[in-house]
Design a protein around this ligand. Structure first.
Ligand SMILES: Nc1ncnc2c1ncn2[C@@H]1O[C@H](COP(=O)(O)OP(=O)(O)O)[C@@H](O)[C@H]1O
Ligand SMILES: [Mg+2]
Length: 233
């Protein structure tokens, strides 16, 4: 996969001040389909996504998207090259309505049908278009965050714990959307819900204290006895 990967992350080292959090992390994602990033709390998953989107600058290593080196590109330029990002926290504008959140997402996009696609996936949002996002339930807010990112028609979507704190019924709705989405674009999904992550992704990386400790096809990683050890608190 690595030569033709759509996203190619090589040997990333990332620090907060003097404290190094990622050590030589390499990861690749194909043009279509998902890869999962697993690991216990504090392993460095969010740091990895923040570095790919450009919120954090790596000390060393490189990031290429579609064979273009984006390691030093500002975040907004990365967004324009087709990167979408759903952060773990603060992923919607609370004071804006559902409709406005989706329209902000679609600003970089000439294809307005992306919003219709979002509403087809998440009909609950369609019934709340004029409601401020801050008044949505946790699950609805996660749907909106994903919907907002999708409405920019990204080629690569980074999802940081899209089902965190979400009721199980909504987890299935989100899973269904993701299974559809990965037919068309590349997705990197950080997810605590192991079955969802390994169900959606063909390939998985397991981080342990900032290093890739285990990687492989999801079906193989799922059966690896070391997996639970790396996920145990
Ligand atoms: N802004 C920050 N400043 C200093 N340390 C941080 C910051 N954000 C995260 N960390 C530390 O980096 C490590 C990895 O955090 P994070 O990437 O959020 O892990 P995960 O998403 O896997 O739970 C943790 O030890 C965390 O405390
Ligand atoms: Mg995190």
């Amino acid at each position: 996969m690595s030569e033709l990967a759509f996203l190619q992350v090589r040997d990333l080292c990332v620090s907060y001040g003097l404290s190094q959090v990622l050590f030589d992390v390499s990861l690749a994602a194909p043009r279509h389909g998902a890869v999962a990033v697993l690991g216990r709390n504090g392993a460095g998953k969010s740091t990895l996504l923040k570095t790919i989107v450009g919120e954090l600058a790596p000390r060393s290593g490189s990031i290429a998207l579609n064979l273009q080196d984006i390691t030093r590109l500002p975040t907004e330029r990365r967004i324009h090259t087709g990167l979408g990002y759903v952060p773990q926290e603060h992923s919607v504008f609370n004071r804006l309505s559902v409709r406005e959140n989706l329209e902000v997402g679609a600003l970089t996009n000439r294809d307005r049908s992306a919003i219709d696609q979002v509403l087809a996936w998440f009909p609950k949002l369609g019934r709340r278009l004029d409601q401020p996002a801050g008044t949505l339930s946790g699950g609805e807010r996660k749907m909106l965050a994903i919907g907002r990112a999708i409405s920019s028609s990204p080629k690569l979507l980074l999802l940081d714990e899209p089902t965190e704190g979400v009721w199980v019924g909504v987890v299935e709705e989100i899973a269904e959307c993701l299974r559809d989405l990965v037919k068309d674009i590349a997705v990197v999904i950080v997810e605590q819900h192991l079955e969802l992550a390994l169900g959606v992704a063909d390939y998985a990386y397991v981080l342990d204290r900032g290093r890739v400790a285990l990687e492989g096809r999801s079906a193989v990683v799922r059966k690896d006895p070391r997996l639970l050890q790396f996920l145990a608190p």
